[in-house]
Write a protein that binds this ligand. Structure first.
Ligand code: GLN
Length: 532
């Protein structure tokens, strides 16, 4: 039987519940336990796939093709364990299931209500991952802040589960903020007290309170929080602001968070934490020997969360190369013919981001042309790869009107075109080419030497593809396809062999880069930018 930890948040959003859950899970994993994390989001969308990145940040994609919250990316990067469709549940999914059952007549004439029908379905989903006997501990992060109207059914479900799960298999951790008031020169515990009271008013008593703070809380404040919030003194955990999110597990270890959890769960005699490899990574991250600057050309650069997995992949690949990677975020709409050299001339490498729609693509194409013609390392992901294909068609093959049918349906040269199976699809949600697909790598290519393998798998999220009608023309002129889907022949990787580093991939390698396994393509790109 798995044990369950529920992580709630109070006072304000953006305190880092996802990082707290991932960090605690990492500590428990490093003591030999099998751990997974799931996220429950209170919004009504079925998944974040149809949301604008400005609304919700990046949409993370799992192996089995779920479009999920970006926190699942943190879970995978910290734990090195895949998540799945089951690991992200939204209010939309819960209601959809209940309404489908109602339409089938499953409720046998009853009035269908939030309590018990919605809260029962939430509980069923909360326990689902425990049915497989795969995990010792399942952490559940509840999105939003305690007190929000939309998260109430989730909190009620947690309350009810206290009565259904054995005492030693159930725990609630509440994350709050202890703000520093600079005018009073004091840390204030009142918001934490109020937030815990709010949680208690719904019938939920946290076992552990984790306090985000800029400054050490000190014994006295910890005692005050313990006393007024009804938790043990040693269960008030201080989470000081960290230099990097990858310090958080070790900071929480110093506060003995894992020991306290294990003790409350009744575990004894587990091995001590082994974070050797993690420490090696952190050392390399903090004491780099070299430094490079890469330009990330995208249209959501104002919001760091929009490309979070890409930024994290550069951190992993930088550490691997003992190199600090500065990522200069460049808005694709800010690039034009006149400022190209000034904006891009000093960069060690150019990365073109994924995306959808027309906005900003001219700047992306100009940046790619600049990288190609000046032998600057280039790496393009998904739309970035598609734009590299269009740039090559326009400027090398002389197909001036070349385009993707996503941008111009009637282009005379659709070098990027909608996949056949996409043409009859009407619904937008969950219908792209999603999740993990096989890719075979051609002999004597950059891709094959980077991966050191003939067959790989990578995750996808797109509707358009390279149009194979043009393949021969591309290959005869210097851009080759080095990776193919073995079943459909779809082009997955293009490269220019006669260039320092010019690689475009139709998939999203950033979704599979982790601390302990940085992605080979990001590592090779960083290496190329270093002049290697
Ligand atoms: N818009 C492109 C497509 O749907 C690329 C998608 C992406 O970059 N994720 O094919």
């Amino acid at each position: 039987m798995a044990k369950f930890i529920f992580v709630t948040g109070g006072v304000t959003s953006s305190l880092g519940k996802g990082i707290l859950a991932a960090s605690l899970a990492k500590l428990l994993q490093s003591r030999g336990l099998k751990v997974t994390i799931q996220k429950f989001d209170p919004y009504i969308n079925i998944d974040p796939g149809t949301m604008n990145p400005y609304e919700h940040g990046e949409c993370y994609v799992t192996e089995d093709g779920a479009e999920t919250d970006l926190d699942l990316g943190h879970y995978e990067r910290f734990l090195g364990v895949y998540t799945s469709q089951e690991n992200n549940v939204t209010t939309g999914k819960i209601y959809q299931e209940v309404i489908n059952r109602e339409r089938r007549g499953d409720y046998l004439g009853k009035t269908v209500q939030v309590i018990p029908h919605i809260t029962d379905e939430i509980q069923r989903r909360m326990l689902l991952l425990g049915n497989s006997n795969q995990y010792d501990i399942i952490l559940t992060e509840i999105g939003g802040t305690v007190g929000d109207i939309e998260s109430l059914p989730f909190i009620e479900a947690i309350r009810q589960l206290k009565w259904k799960l054995p005492k030693q298999d159930y725990m609630v951790i509440h994350l709050t903020l202890v703000p520093y008031l600079s005018s009073a020169k004091e840390l204030k515990t009142k918001p934490t007290q109020h937030s815990v009271k709010e949680l208690q008013s719904y019938g939920v008593q946290p076992h552990i309170i984790v306090c985000r703070t800029e400054m050490s809380l000190g014994d006295e404040r910890k005692r005050k929080i313990a006393e007024f919030c009804n938790v043990d003194y040693d269960s008030v955990i201080e989470a000081l602001d960290a230099e990097t999110i990858y310090d958080v597990p070790l900071n929480l270890k110093k506060e003995k968070l894992d020991d306290i959890v294990l003790e409350k769960f009744g575990y004894s005699m587990l091995p001590e934490v082994n974070m050797e490899e993690w420490n090696v990574f952190l050392h390399r991250l903090k004491y780099p020997k070299k430094e490079i600057t890469i330009g990330l050309i995208g249209k959501y650069i104002e919001l760091k969360d929009a490309y979070i997995s890409i930024y994290e992949s550069f951190i992993h690949a930088g550490a691997k190369n003992e190199c600090k990677v500065n990522v200069e975020r460049i808005h694709s709409e800010d690039i034009n013919k006149d400022n190209l050299k000034e904006r891009l001339g000093l960069l060690d490498g150019i990365f073109v981001a994924p995306g959808f729609g027309q906005r900003g693509i001219d700047g992306k194409i100009l940046a790619i042309q600049f990288a190609r013609e000046n032998n600057i390392p280039f790496f393009g992901v998904c739309l970035g790869m598609q734009m590299a294909v269009i740039e090559f068609a326009k400027n090398v093959l002389g197909l001036e009107q070349a385009n993707s049918t996503e941008m111009q349906a009637d282009t005379p040269n659709p070098v990027i075109d909608m996949m056949q199976e996409q043409k009859t699809i009407v619904n937008m949600g969950g219908t792209m080419r999603l999740g993990s697909y096989a890719c075979s790598l051609k002999e004597n290519t950059i891709a094959r030497s980077i991966y050191g393998a003939t067959d790989i798998t990578e995750r996808h999220r797109h509707r358009y593809e390279f149009n194979n009608k043009y393949l021969q023309q591309f290959e005869e002129n210097g851009m080759i396809a080095s990776g193919f889907n073995p079943d459909t022949n779809l082009v997955e990787i293009v490269e220019i062999p006669n260039h320092r580093f010019f690689v475009g991939v139709q998939f999203h390698p950033e979704l599979k880069s982790t601390i302990l396994k940085p992605h080979p393509l990001f590592c090779a790109f960083v290496k190329a930018c270093l002049g290697g």
